[in-house]
Design a protein around this ligand. Structure first.
Ligand SMILES: NC(=O)c1ccc[n+]([C@@H]2O[C@H](COP(=O)([O-])OP(=O)(O)OC[C@H]3O[C@@H](n4cnc5c(N)ncnc54)[C@H](O)[C@@H]3O)[C@@H](O)[C@H]2O)c1
Length: 298
């Protein structure tokens, strides 16, 4: 019989790619999400549910030997508008997933984020203190720390992945999507949010999914691992690659200010995950070309 795994947030950007990969690797996947999934496969079943619904979560997790926990409120500006809703989904929801996983003796792989570090020293190691500056970063940091508490107190098998900015086909949010869509509407003018000098670590989705698989198979229980590309790229550089891809030369303007809670620079130290044999493979230029191929189809 195939091993059964639960993926919360299975219908989102990373979840969709991860579920496909788990099915390809021979797992039977129970997806748990508020929203419908694009995936149709005999080894995939979807439960439409909320991670705040403990009874449904308990029932759905029966027989699962592991849980990839990705369900979350994922937007920093939303967390500023409604910090309590963000707290409930990300902190309380993660607490629920961990509690139920403990009842079922299931290993948890938690999708944390680089925003838990706040404005950190770079390249940022996992041992860096967590000092989030947004409500999203804080609610995700609580989940990150609950993993640690369940691991050290109850011996629950947990692995935390601190993902930097993941991008790729299927991601209908983030800077690449935003710039392509604006230029589709008007190729002669581009407004960039912020100064264009924000410089972040962007990891291509296939590399991020590979990181989940590596950490799942080889990661040490109770540990956190950074997932990035190890390269920091400015928004202006991304815009430049997109201009070349589209063969356009728009007049570019800047809003000057980014959104509240935005961490404007990030760079991952990846040595910990690399020791497990994982290496990011896709350059930002190759990744943006893949995003463009996808955008032309939608
Ligand atoms: N994409 C990134 O760049 C990135 C970076 C760092 C961390 N992460 C983390 O990775 C995970 C996945 O991110 P993503 O980009 O795929 O996000 P996404 O927004 O595309 O997907 C999140 C999914 O969670 C589901 N969801 C939200 N609230 C829920 C609830 N209460 N109950 C059940 N399902 C719920 C949504 O319906 C959605 O399908 C998140 O935990 C996010 O914090 C993502």
């Amino acid at each position: 019989m195939l091993s059964k795994i639960m993926v919360t947030g299975c219908s989102g950007f990373i979840g969709t790619h991860l579920v496909k990969r788990l099915i390809d690797n021979g797992f039977q996947v129970t997806g748990y999400d508020l929203n419908a999934s694009l995936i149709r496969d005999r080894n995939f079943s979807l439960v439409r549910g909320d991670i705040l619904d403990i009874e449904k979560l308990r029932d759905s997790m029966k027989g699962c030997k592991s849980v990839f926990h990705l369900a979350a409120q994922t937007k920093v500006p939303e967390s500023t508008k409604d910090p309590l809703a963000d707290f409930k989904t990300n902190s309380e929801g993660t607490f629920n997933v961990l509690s139920i996983a403990q009842e079922h003796n299931a290993k948890v792989i938690y999708a944390s984020t680089s925003t838990v570090y706040g404005a950190a020293e770079m390249p940022t190691k996992e041992s860096h203190q967590l000092r989030p500056v947004s409500f999203y970063g804080t609610s995700k940091a609580a989940g990150d720390m609950y993993c640690s508490a369940f691991n050290s107190t109850f011996d629950l098998d947990t692995i935390v992945l601190r993902i930097f900015n993941a991008y790729g086909p299927g991601n209908g949010k983030g800077v690449m999507y935003d710039l392509f869509k604006k230029l589709e509407l008007d190729p002669t003018h581009l407004e960039i949010i912020g100064t264009g000098l924000q410089k972040k670590d962007y990891v291509y989705i296939d590399d991020a999914v590979e990181a989940f698989m590596t950490a799942y198979e080889k990661g040490a229980s109770g540990e956190a691992y950074n997932v990035g590309s190890g390269v920091s790229t400015t928004v202006n550089d991304i815009a430049g690659i997109i201009f070349d891809t589209l063969n356009v030369c728009p007049k570019t303007t800047y809003t000057g200010e980014s959104w509240m809670g935005d961490v404007e620079s990030s760079l991952a130290d990846l040595s910990k995950l690399k020791k497990l044999g994982w290496h990011p493979k896709v350059s930002i230029k190759e990744g943006i070309e893949k995003v463009y191929e996808w955008i032309q189809l939608i």
